[in-house]
Design a protein around this ligand. Structure first.
Ligand code: 13P
Ligand code: SF4
Length: 309
C-alpha cells in the first residue's frame, strides 16, 4: 500500500505542476513514485524528443545532468531545471574536449560519434551524437567509413559488431555501473532462472552482451519484455529500477535482476522531495549555458535527431 504521505506529496506535485504549467520528464531509471508524477518516462533519446515537443515553458528533468543539458540545448527558450543538482553521469565526465581535439588533429579522416552521455563541452568537438537506442542506425547512415566512437567502448564494441562494414575506433571509457556486471553473474542468473530470457543494455561488457538473448536501450528492453509472448520470465541486465516498472506493467510476468550492483547512485539521487522543492522554487538547479556552447554542441544533437528519427 502506498504511504499516505507519499500520495499527498504526489498530489501536491500534480497540483503545482498544473498551476505552474511545468513539464516533468523522468528517465526510466527513476523510482516508481517519480515516474508516477512525470508527464513522460523514456530513454535518453525519447526524453530529448519529448522535451522539444512539450508545450510548457518550464521543464523539470528527473535524470542526470547531461539529460537536462540536452533539453536546454534543444529548447533554449525553455527554463530547464535539473531536479537534483548532484545527479551527474560519471561516464559523461570521462573525456576532455582537448583529448578529442588532439585526436582529430592526428586523425582528421575520422567522424567523431559521441554517446549522448557526454558534457556539452565535449559535444562541441564531435560530429554526431547517438543514444543506445539509435547508435547502430545512425552509424550505418554516416557516409564516412571511419568512425571514432566515444566515450563508451562497450556500446562502441556493440555497434562495431552490428556494423562490420565500418572501421570503428574505440577510445577507453564506459559506465561504471553496467561495466561491473560479470560473466559469472550471467552464469549464476542463468542457473537460478533457467526459463528466463536475458535482456541487457549495450553498456555492459562484450562478454556479457554476447551471452544475452536481447540487447537494447532501457526502452527497448521494456518494449521487448512487454511484447514477448514466448516467455514469462526475464533477467534484466540494466539498472534495477526497470524491474519494478516492468513488474507493474506486466503483473503476469516475472523479472529478475542480473546483478545486485546494477543500481546507479546518480539516477537514484532524485527524490519526490527534490521534485516538490524544485516546483516550489526552493531547489533544483536551472541549467544555464553559454549560447556559443549551445550553438556548437547542438549541431551533433540535431544530427542525431535527423538520422535517428
Ligand atoms: P538509455 O539511452 O537506454 O536511456 O540509457 C541511458 C543511460 O544512462 C544508460 O545507463
Ligand atoms: Fe551514467 Fe551509467 Fe548511471 Fe547511466 S547508469 S547515468 S551511464 S553512470
Amino acid at each position: 500500500m502506498v504511504d499516505l504521505r507519499i500520495r499527498e506529496m504526489q498530489d501536491e506535485i500534480m497540483r503545482l505542476k498544473k498551476e505552474k504549467d511545468v513539464c516533468i520528464l523522468a528517465h526510466s531509471y527513476q523510482a516508481r513514485e517519480i515516474v508516477e508524477i512525470a508527464d513522460f518516462m523514456g530513454d535518453s533519446y525519447q526524453l530529448s524528443v519529448m522535451a522539444q515537443k512539450a508545450p510548457q515553458k518550464t521543464v523539470l528533468m528527473c535524470g542526470v545532468r547531461f539529460m537536462a543539458e540536452t533539453v536546454k540545448m534543444l529548447s533554449e527558450d525553455k527554463k530547464v531545471i535539473l531536479v537534483n543538482p548532484i545527479a551527474g553521469c560519471p561516464m559523461a565526465e570521462q573525456m576532455e574536449p582537448e583529448m578529442i581535439r588532439y585526436f582529430k588533429e592526428k586523425n582528421p579522416e575520422y567522424t567523431i560519434v559521441a554517446y549522448i552521455n557526454t558534457t556539452a563541452e565535449l559535444k562541441t568537438v564531435c560530429d554526431v551524437c547517438v543514444t543506445s537506442s539509435t547508435a547502430v542506425k545512425i552509424v550505418k547512415q554516416i557516409p564516412n567509413e571511419r568512425i571514432a566512437f566515444i566515450p563508451d567502448c562497450n556500446l562502441g564494441a556493440y555497434v562495431q559488431k552490428q556494423v562490420p562494414e565500418k572501421e570503428i575506433k574505440l577510445l577507453q571509457g564506459g559506465c561504471p555501473i553496467h561495466a561491473s556486471v560479470t560473466v559469472r553473474e550471467v552464469e549464476k542468473a542463468r542457473e537460478l532462472y533457467p526459463n528466463a530470457l536475458l535482456l541487457v543494455h549495450p553498456e555492459c561488457v562484450p562478454k556479457v552482451v554476447e551471452r544475452a538473448d536481447f540487447v537494447g536501450s532501457t526502452s527497448a528492453i521494456m518494449e521487448f519484455a512487454k511484447n514477448n509472448t514466448t516467455h514469462t520470465d526475464f533477467i534484466i541486465g540494466t539498472e534495477n529500477s526497470i524491474i519494478e516498472h516492468l513488474q507493474y506493467m506486466c503483473p503476469d510476468k516475472r523479472f529478475f535482476p542480473l546483478s545486485k550492483n546494477l543500481i546507479c547512485p546518480n539516477m537514484k539521487a532524485t527524490t519526490l522531495v527534490d521534485v516538490l522543492r524544485a516546483l516550489e522554487g526552493k531547489g533544483g538547479e536551472e541549467i544555464v549555458m553559454d549560447p556559443e556552447t549551445i550553438k556548437a554542441a547542438r549541431k551533433c544533437i540535431d544530427e542525431m535527431i535527423r538520422l535517428g528519427g
